[in-house]
Write a protein that binds this ligand. Structure first.
Ligand code: PAF
Length: 281
């Protein structure tokens, strides 16, 4: 396994690999890897000759009041975990190498980015799309794997790839959960023991409505209310949003239909956690 820090070198190596007829699989990450990331690597590993993982805490997707500086980092541990997954190349650029001081071109997705996380994190998806477009140009992947936990990110990236004709297959990686149901996230590390217990309310509220839907309930306001009631009982849990939207357009729905996406974000102190499920009826 090799680590490349320079964007130019990454692109040169990737183009050489393509010329040699190799397929490149790619898992973009912000590091501090957990089982969720490793599952994306496992998925990519089975489908490519060369597996590239990027580790880059992308400053442009963080708002001014967000956790960019505090975002957890541990490159040595990440390197070890990547080696265990059979990663061939780690791309680990310095922030200064990825963005020129006078960068002035951005990728802005305009239909799906304004709702859910985009409503509470203005500019977030512009930062995500821009860095992912840059990473695709540098890594030249045939396929890239994104986790379903970040449901909106996945759909925004799929839209970017479709609308800008990136020759990259986007592969969806299922959510990986702790044994008690909490979706894996690098941000779980911020939770106190008590908040960690309380954080189970995200998954519980999704289970609750999944069960109501399986028994025939379709009315979104009553389903949403049962989630609000469940989470409202948890001390310190502050709902950022709970939304029922159409899976493809992310437009709100009033009645649950097949493939309604239910997504929520809940804050525990400064830590904001997200989770989601797609309802099948
Ligand atoms: O999901 C993430 O970790 C990031 O948003 C990504 C896709 C690596 C872009 O910085």
């Amino acid at each position: 396994m090799k680590t490349i820090k320079s964007p130019d070198e990454m692109q040169r190596v990737a183009l050489d690999l393509k010329r040699a007829g190799k397929t490149i699989g790619f898992v973009p990450t912000m590091g501090f890897l957990h089982e969720g990331h490793l599952s994306l690597m496992k998925l990519a590993r089975t489908r490519c000759d060369v597996l590239v993982v990027s580790i880059f805490v992308n400053p442009t997707q963080f708002g001014p009041a967000e956790d960019l500086d505090a975002y957890p980092r541990d490159f040595e541990r990440d390197e070890f975990l990547c080696a265990q997954q059979g990663v061939d190349l780690i791309f680990y650029p310095e922030p200064g190498a990825m963005y020129s001081a006078d960068s002035s071109v951005w990728v802005d997705e305009e239909a799906l980015s304004g709702v859910l996380c985009g409503a509470s994190r203005p500019g977030h998806f512009r930062g995500v799309c821009t860095v992912v477009a840059k990473l695709f140009n540098l890594v030249q992947p045939d396929l890239a794997v994104f986790g379903e936990k970040d449901a909106q990110q996945l759909r925004v990236i799929e839209r970017m790839v479709r609308d800008l004709n990136f020759p990259v297959e986007i592969v969806r990686g299922p959510i990986v959960r702790e044994p008690d149901g909490l979706a894996m996230s690098s941000r779980n590390k911020y939770l106190s023991e008590e908040q960690r217990r309380h954080a189970l309310c995200l998954r519980r509220s999704l289970d609750l409505i999944t069960s109501s839907v399986s028994k025939g309930t379709r009315n979104v306001s009553s389903l949403r209310k049962s989630m609000v009631d469940l989470i409202g009982e948890i001390p310190g849990a502050e709902i950022d949003y709970i939304e029922f939207v159409a899976d493809d357009s992310l437009k709100p729905v009033l009645e649950v239909a097949d493939r309604t996406l239910v997504a929520l974000a809940v804050k525990f102190g400064k830590t904001r956690l997200i989770d989601n499920t797609v309802l099948v009826v």
